[in-house]
Design a protein around this ligand. Structure first.
Ligand code: ADP
Length: 189
């Protein structure tokens, strides 16, 4: 978890490779639907471009089968979900039905000023439709209002690991892997 620009996608991919787990990135999946012009893509394009969140039901429809398949293969890194308390509660119910348990919630902590710099740079590099100034400020606002409260929720469940994520990608990955190792040693999971 982390605000837009905190490096969720980069770290999710790196961790997936390091740990041999599927990296399920909700934003990437949604962008692929939009680019492919699917029915789902048509339904989400305008909302994504505005920086607001997509309906929960559509997200579940999109990631449900991928999560179930990855769980059967031994685990997954979920990037971009849950983003609201409602999604977190639904995720927990679905996980307990499937007898899957979350091992860790990694929160990438990056100062606000640096987030904006990174997002502006990415707009130039990748040309993402939701990286323009107006949408970026809406995404940061949605993060503050809808997603940040989840930190308390996961802290309360004893799952939260805060990682200082303003350094270069490799050092952030190392810090996350070290935290995972420490937790594994402590919990035996
Ligand atoms: P970022 O977190 O950097 O803003 P993402 O690529 O993770 O970017 O997400 C891009 C957009 O996809 C979000 O602004 C939102 O519109 C949509 N989205 C991604 N994940 C979710 C989710 N769990 N629930 C609702 N909408 C989502």
């Amino acid at each position: 978890m982390g605000p837009p620009g905190s490096g969720k996608g980069t770290q999710g991919q790196r961790l997936g490779e390091a740990l041999g787990l599927d990296h399920i990135a909700v934003g990437d999946l949604l962008r692929a639907e939009v680019e492919a012009g699917t029915d789902l893509g048509h339904r989400v394009a305008a909302t994504m471009a505005s920086g607001d969140l997509i309906d929960d039901d559509l997200i579940i429809e999109l990631i449900g089968p991928l999560v179930r398949a990855a769980a059967d293969r031994g685990g997954f890194i979920l990037d971009g979900y849950p983003r609201t308390l409602t999604q977190a509660v639904v995720a927990r119910q679905a996980a307990s039905q499937a007898e899957v348990e979350a091992d860790i919630v990694v929160w990438l902590d990056v100062p606000a000023r640096q987030l904006i710099d990174r997002l502006v740079a990415r707009a130039t590099d990748e040309g993402r439709a939701d990286d323009n100034a107006e949408t970026v400020s809406r995404r940061l606002q949605v993060y503050e209002e809808a997603t940040r409260p989840l930190l308390d929720y996961y802290q309360g469940r004893g799952l939260l690991a805060t990682i200082e994520a303003s350094g270069d990608p490799a050092s952030v990955t190392d810090a996350i892997l070290a935290t995972i190792d420490t937790r594994r040693a402590a919990t035996g999971r």
